[in-house]
Design a protein around this ligand. Structure first.
Ligand code: IFM
Length: 440
């Protein structure tokens, strides 16, 4: 068994839209994901998150399962539209109550809540006014964050402002693959990114004002990038992809500027940055959350203009998402970010794998591949820790199988199996393995 220092946090993560269901209950308003998933043809299996894991009604059972997994912590997100159904105005008491009861139950079970304020489910009413493309969204986000942190900040100390800004800005506003489904290219993604980063930076001091002993940060999806060959064009493409996915977020957050090479590349697609914006964006972070799923092996190509890249798939093991299993990549990204940006504290806020699971006649799920995947990644995290990375904890994605965005329910990431027809949960072998790690 791998050994981690005392106090190292073991957890599992989820997000509101992916598990809660109950899209219009207790005053909840529609989010862009409620709208998007009801458009024909956008979700691989034609499903939506209307019921998902029915966590909105089954949360006591889910907290009991977390306890059975010996988790120290649970990372989940708040649905903005439960708090402000139309994105503005006073808090909806029933929405706040739902999360308040969940937080109380977690604390009673000895599980520390790690809350993400925004995991992609923007109020549709705000999208109708331009969503993340509109600079004024920064003020709306701040009001929302204020309401939530005031209500829960007496009990919740760990706050992340955003989950994976690269994904919701590029997939949502440039490529149209995620909500709100806009295909505006780099200009759209970069405007949305700038406003999200600004909202993040402006909100950090507010969280600290509302929450005593707050531990506040942001969660990024980061890839360790390698060129597919040593040809200068491939090396340059790898550098561009690193700039797009990693440095475009890390540089402003830690160094108060966007990367020069990328500003040049983006040209007129670069965002409108007002004086003072970058100083606000680089407000000191208490932690950086890293979501890691794969490394990127990149050659020159025509994808994602103006990045003009092409992903390579070296021989090896792949998950059901088509993502290479690359535990060393986790070490490389943790160590690389730690050495270049010196965050005070880091967490692996998501790591996990989709594999095709089968319930065997004995009612179990023997997901040996996922358990093995986790073991190999945990070992790399341990190595990073030994090599000086200030890693404080590890959250597996995901607590339970759930709605995997544009892939629908076809991809299962859980360490707990969800039988969607009956909503029965089964702890998979990988969950038993996580329970052992957490207990040790
Ligand atoms: O399901 C997602 C999650 O919402 C954000 N990070 C990646 C996961 C797997 O794709």
């Amino acid at each position: 068994m791998l050994s981690f220092p005392k106090g190292f946090v073991w957890g599992a993560a989820t997000a509101a839209y992916q598990i809660e269901g109950a899209p219009a209950e207790d005053g909840k308003g529609p989010s862009i994901w409620d709208t998007f998933t009801h458009r024909p043809g956008v979700i691989a299996d034609g499903t939506n998150g209307d019921v998902a894991c029915d966590h909105y009604h089954r949360w006591p059972e889910d907290v009991a399962l977390m306890r059975a997994l010996n988790l120290d912590a649970y990372r989940f997100s708040i649905a903005w539209t439960r708090i402000q159904p139309n994105g503005r105005g006073p808090a909806n008491p029933a929405g706040l109550d739902f999360y308040s009861r969940l937080v109380d139950a977690l604390l009673e079970a000895g599980i520390t809540p790690y809350v993400t304020l925004y995991h992609w489910d923007l109020p549709q009413a705000l999208e109708d006014e331009g969503g993340w493309l509109r600079r004024g969204i920064v003020d709306d986000y701040q009001v929302y964050a204020d309401l939530v942190t005031r209500a829960l900040g007496d009990r919740v100390k760990h706050w992340a402002t955003f989950n994976e800004p690269w994904v919701f800005t590029w997939s949502g506003y440039a490529l149209g693959e995620d909500a709100p489904g806009l295909k505006l290219g780099a200009r759209g993604a970069l405007a949305a990114t700038h406003h999200a980063l600004l909202a993040h930076g402006i909100t950090l001091p507010l969280i600290r004002a509302n929450v005593s002993d707050a531990v506040a940060g942001i969660v990024l999806d980061l890839n360790h990038v390698e060129p597919a060959s040593d040809h200068p064009e491939d090396v340059a493409a790898a550098r561009r992809w690193d700039g797009c996915q990693n440095r475009w977020y890390l540089d402003p957050l830690f160094k108060c500027h966007y990367p020069e090479d990328m500003l040049k590349l983006y040209g007129s697609a670069a965002p409108d940055v007002l004086p003072g914006d970058l100083d606000q964006i680089c407000a000191p972070l208490d932690f950086l959350g890293v979501n890691f799923y794969r490394r990127s092996v990149v050659a020159a190509g025509t994808d994602l203009p103006p990045i003009d890249m092409q992903r390579h798939s070296p021989a090896g093991e792949y998950t059901e998402m088509g993502w290479e299993v690359s535990p060393n990549g986790l070490y490389d990204i943790l160590k690389g970010v730690s050495d270049s940006y010196h965050p005070q504290a880091m967490y692996v806020t998501e790591n996990g794998a989709a594999f095709a699971d089968v319930v065997t006649p004995d009612g179990a799920v023997h997901d040996e591949r996922r358990a093995h995947y986790l073991r190999k990644h945990f070992a790399q995290a341990r190595q990073a820790l030994s090599d000086g990375v200030p890693l404080k904890g590890y959250f597996v994605w995901s607590l339970l199988d759930n709605f995997e965005w544009a892939c629908g329910f076809e991809k299962r990431f859980g360490v707990i199996y969800t039988d969607y027809a009956t909503q029965r949960r089964i702890i998979k072998d990988s969950g038993h393995y996580l329970a052992q790690m957490a207990a040790s």
